[in-house]
Design a protein around this ligand. Structure first.
Ligand code: MN
Length: 203
C-alpha cells in the first residue's frame, strides 16, 4: 500500500482511469456545521491519495474537475454523506456515482450488515480496522494510524464494486441499483436543503 499526501488539491494529471474510489473525513457528521478535513482517492491500484484541507472554504480545481468528470465514475461507500460534504465545501456535485452501500442493500437482502467493514470482510476476506474512525481529522499532522485508516477506506472499493456487480447481475437488479445511484445526488441535495431527517417517500 502506497500513500501520497497532498495539501489543498490533487496534483494535476493523476489518472484514475474510468473509476475513482472516493471517501471524505470531516470534523463531524453535520455537513453544515462540520468542515471537510480530508478527501481520499484511489484508482484501485493499491495507491491512495490523501488531500488535506485546513480551512472551511476550499478551492481545489483539479479535484473538482475529477469529481464532475462524466467519464470517471466516483465509487463511494454511503455516497449520500460524501456527496453532501463535497457539494457544501467544494461547491461541486460529484457524478456519475456508484455507492457500495446502496448496491449492498439491493443485492445482499439476506443480511442487515452493510458497513464497509462487513463488505470487505465477507466479499474480499479483508479485515478493515475502524479504530481511527472518530479521531481528530483536523489535526495539524495526521498520525500513521490515521493515514492508513483513511487509505483503507478507498483501497478496496473497486474490488467490492466488482463483487457486488456480480451479485446484482445474478439477481437481476443492476438497473434498479443504477437508478438509485443516479438519484443519490438529489437525496444529498435534500439533506443540505433541510430535509435530512424527513423521508419524502413515506406516507
Ligand atoms: Mn472514511
Amino acid at each position: 500500500m502506497a500513500i501520497e499526501i497532498h495539501e489543498g488539491d490533487l496534483p494535476a494529471g493523476v489518472d484514475f482511469g474510468g473509476a475513482a474510489a472516493v471517501d471524505t473525513e470531516t470534523m463531524g457528521l453535520d455537513p453544515a456545521r462540520d468542515r471537510l478535513c480530508l478527501v481520499q482517492l484511489s484508482a484501485g491500484d493499491g495507491e491512495a491519495h490523501l488531500v488535506r484541507f485546513r480551512e472551511r472554504r476550499c478551492d481545489a480545481p483539479n479535484l473538482a474537475r475529477l469529481l464532475r468528470d462524466p467519464e470517471v465514475t466516483k465509487i463511494f461507500h454511503f455516497a449520500r454523506f460524501d456527496i453532501a460534504v463535497l457539494e457544501r465545501h467544494l461547491a461541486v456535485r460529484a457524478a456519475p456515482v456508484y455507492c457500495t452501500k446502496i448496491a449492498s442493500r439491493i443485492a445482499r437482502t439476506y443480511t442487515d450488515r452493510h458497513s464497509l467493514r462487513d463488505l470487505a470482510g465477507e466479499l474480499l476476506g479483508v479485515e478493515i480496522s475502524k479504530a481511527q474512525q472518530s479521531s481528530d481529522w483536523g489535526a495539524e499532522t495526521l498520525s500513521a494510524a490515521q493515514q492508513s485508516y483513511a487509505a483503507s477506506d478507498v483501497l478496496h472499493l473497486h474490488a467490492i464494486r466488482a463483487a457486488l456487480d456480480r451479485m446484482l447481475e445474478r439477481e437481476g437488479r443492476s438497473e434498479l441499483a443504477r437508478r438509485c445511484f443516479d438519484f443519490v445526488g438529489h437525496r444529498a441535495a435534500l439533506d443540505l436543503a433541510g430535509w435530512r431527517d424527513i423521508d419524502i417517500f413515506a406516507h
